[in-house]
Design a protein around this ligand. Structure first.
Ligand SMILES: NC(=O)C1=CN([C@@H]2O[C@H](COP(=O)(O)OP(=O)(O)OC[C@H]3O[C@@H](n4cnc5c(N)ncnc54)[C@H](OP(=O)(O)O)[C@@H]3O)[C@@H](O)[C@H]2O)C=CC1
Ligand SMILES: O=C(O)C1=N[C@H](C(=O)O)C[C@H](O)C1
Length: 267
């Protein structure tokens, strides 16, 4: 039985995370957290998630609940996740991080903490997206430098980072398969007289609209044919179930930086 704490319990991901945790026989909801000034503090976390009474009330101080959980699941904002990570590092608590939008320096900080702590960091916890990462690697190796590669993603109007963490990881997967460095070949949007396309570039296009949960397409376009690998999420529960699975998997592991490919045995 793994006891889990959910950060950002009132958020779009926080609520399905609480629900997924409560619905998993081998997991227990140990704690739920929100900002100190949040109207959710004091509410029953299960009721807030629409999953019925859990007996766990939303708190606002991670240090105060350290004895109540084994693994923290954090899908919040970069600054909040890094603050929670510092506390987990002191306390030796594993952490599952779903937050996206970290800078290179912030990713290095997380990697540093993983020398002392088991951490699962993944831009997408769905099984389908992680399968797509494998398919993209194969597609890029087979198609090679003959094709133009473009990554198109769409998300809801509230998303604050772009391109999505998943789109960036897709870019890294195809770039690595082709022996390119994403930082050198990425093109983030186009405007004006751009000139002809340089074959080695990997283009990103971002759509933000309505309530789109998360769509990703990688387009491999040759002359005469094109291949599209697409994933569409229709429920956040797919991410939440994956994160709860990751929390069960990471508990008791050696320190290290893991991702969902490790959890699913896809590496
Ligand atoms: N890896 C994956 O599979 C997925 C990752 N994500 C990522 O998860 C993150 C959250 O997304 P989403 O749930 O849509 O966002 P929301 O804005 O709905 O939720 C964020 C939550 O974090 C809380 N929060 C923000 N700042 C703090 C803080 N300083 N201290 C404590 N709590 C804080 C918010 O509280 P308040 O509302 O009071 O500000 C809110 O409850 C994003 O980075 C997103 O990209 C999303 C889906 C899947
Ligand atoms: O913010 C979201 O909603 C999502 N963010 C993740 C990302 O940035 O890749 C994953 C998912 O697509 C939903």
């Amino acid at each position: 039985m793994v006891r889990m704490a959910i950060a950002g319990a009132g958020g779009r991901m926080g609520r399905p995370l609480v629900e997924a945790c409560l619905a998993t026989a081998e997991a227990r909801l140990g704690a739920a957290l929100a900002r100190p000034d949040s109207a959710f503090v004091g509410l029953d976390a299960g009721e807030l998630a629409g999953a019925g009474r859990s007996g766990v009330h939303v708190g606002s101080d991670l240090r105060a609940v350290l004895d109540d959980f084994d693994v923290l699941i954090d899908f919040t904002r970069t600054a909040a996740t890094l603050a929670h990570l510092a506390i987990c590092r002191e306390a030796g608590k594993p952490i599952v991080i779903g937050t996206t939008g970290f800078s290179t320096e912030e990713k290095a900080l997380i990697a540093g903490a993983a020398r002392e702590l088991p951490i699962v960091l993944a831009p997408n916890f769905s099984v389908g997206v992680n399968l797509c990462f494998k398919l993209l690697d194969v597609a890029a190796r087979v198609l090679g430098d003959a094709v133009d590669i473009e990554i198109i993603e769409a998300h809801h109007r509230h998303k604050i980072d772009a391109p999505s963490g998943t789109a960036l990881r897709m870019g890294e997967v195809v770039a690595q398969a082709l022996g390119r460095h994403l930082a050198e070949v990425a093109v983030y949007g186009r405007e004006g007289v751009t000139g002809e396309r340089d074959r080695k570039t990997i283009g990103f296009a971002t759509v933000r609209a309505g309530d789109v949960v998360g769509d990703h397409t990688v387009l491999f376009a040759d002359v005469g044919e094109r291949i599209e690998i697409t994933h569409k999420a229709s429920s956040r529960m797919t991410f939440a179930k994956g994160a709860v699975r990751a929390a069960q998997w990471v508990y008791g592991r050696a320190p290290g930086l893991y991702d969902m490919q490790d959890v699913l045995g896809l590496r």
